[in-house]
Design a protein around this ligand. Structure first.
Ligand code: B12
Length: 307
């Protein structure tokens, strides 16, 4: 068995559902241009951090000099769709423990495996918060294509996927991107987005309910508030309607210690949370990022929308 195949098998044994390899060469410059246009149009909203380290985002070598390959991995976190929508809506990923920690831990084990083969291994692990265009690298590593919802879609596993990368100085044989895949004429996600964040063919974070509930500080405009419905944290309307997700298998991660909580969020319970309650509840959850004040703000908007 080739080394690349062994690496992927090790990744699968650690609980990753997808693994692919791409070279560490820069992502093509056309994408930097698109990214800059996106920023210049202000589509990043208050996420100023997206405007920093622009060149680095498209250049793994600038993150760690001398690296040759990027091992891209993904975990499937698809949950069964709730039968009723009586309680507040939470993005599925936020029902799991913090995925940054989980993926990093697993990638560290993968790095140990590589180190057992090559003592001179240099590596860096990236999950979400590193300035790196993760989806574009995953496309190059053959994990899927970018859909109209702006997410990486794998033809078999859909887009309920969380990504991570191990950047390394090992010269590995790269995989090929999957050719010929696209959303074709489907526009279900565009039509399902309550705020029209995907309406003009380019994702506008300022209108995305995920952005508004998680990242946006301060007041939310009345027009967008009205459309937030019962979304307390995150949004996945554009994933829920995707035909690729409809037929995708559920993510089965219990075996690996990555299990979603079964919990209902009732408006009045959330509004009764003290700061300490919030901190207890979100101790190892991605929801922690939003902070107590914003969760309260969101809950008040949901209460108003529920009438
Ligand atoms: C900022 C951010 C957000 C922002 C902005 C989202 C966005 N679409 O840009 C907000 C807070 C809104 C957000 C929301 C969500 N996010 Co987010 N987010 C990020 C983050 C940190 C940066 C993304 C970014 O740079 N955006 C700016 C835009 C312009 O860049 P881009 O989307 O990467 O697009 C570039 C490439 O994709 C490429 N590209 C675009 N089209 C095409 C087409 C082709 C053919 C190719 C080759 C390349 C290509 O060029 C673009 C410009 O250079 C990434 C992690 C990371 N470091 O990459 C996670 C990430 C994208 N988020 C993720 C997730 C899970 C979500 C949510 C589903 C969570 C939720 N349920 O609430 C939602 C989905 C909303 C949506 N439809 O995008 C996952 C997505 C996994 C996947 N399947 O793709 C990521 C990768 C985190 C991770 N490590 O798993 N997120």
């Amino acid at each position: 068995m080739g080394f690349e195949k062994e690496i992927k098998q090790k990744a699968f044994s650690l609980g990753f559902d997808l693994a692919g390899i791409t070279s560490a060469k820069d992502i093509d410059s056309g994408q930097i241009k698109e990214y800059k246009k996106w920023l210049n149009a202000g589509r990043n909203g208050q996420m100023d951090y997206l405007a920093g380290n622009i060149e680095q985002r498209f250049s793994p070598v600038s993150i760690l000099p001398g690296v040759k390959s990027v091992i891209c991995v993904a975990i499937n976190y698809k949950l069964p769709q709730p039968a009723s929508k009586n309680s507040l809506e939470i993005a599925s990923y936020a029902l799991y423990p913090d995925y940054h920690k989980f993926i990093k831990e697993k990638l560290r084990v993968l790095a140990d495996f590589l180190k057992s083969r090559d003592k001179n291994l240099k590596f860096k692990i990236c999950v979400d918060s590193s300035p790196l265009a993760e989806k574009a690298l995953a496309v190059r590593a053959g994990l899927g294509f970018i859909g109209k919802n702006s997410l990486l879609i794998n033809p078999k596993l859909g887009s309920f996927l969380l990504l991570g990368e191990l950047i390394t100085n090992l010269p590995l044989k790269p995989d090929k991107p999957i050719e010929g895949l696209s959303c074709e004429n489907c526009r279900k996600c565009i039509d399902a987005c309550p705020t029209g964040a995907l309406a003009d063919g380019q994702f506008d974070a300022r209108r995305c309910i995920s952005y508004l509930t998680i990242e946006h500080k301060g007041r939310i405009s009345p027009e967008l508030k009205d459309k937030m419905d019962s979304h307390l944290f995150g949004c996945e309307q554009c994933l829920m309607v995707c035909p690729y997700n409809e037929k995708a298998p559920l993510g089965k991660k219990q075996k690996y210690g990555f299990t979603a909580r079964k919990v209902k969020f009732e408006i009045d319970n959330v509004l009764n949370w003290s700061k300490a309650d919030f901190e207890n509840f979100t101790a190892n959850s991605p929801m922690k990022r939003t902070g107590f004040r914003r969760i309260r703000r969101n809950a008040l908007i949901c209460k108003r929308n529920r009438g």
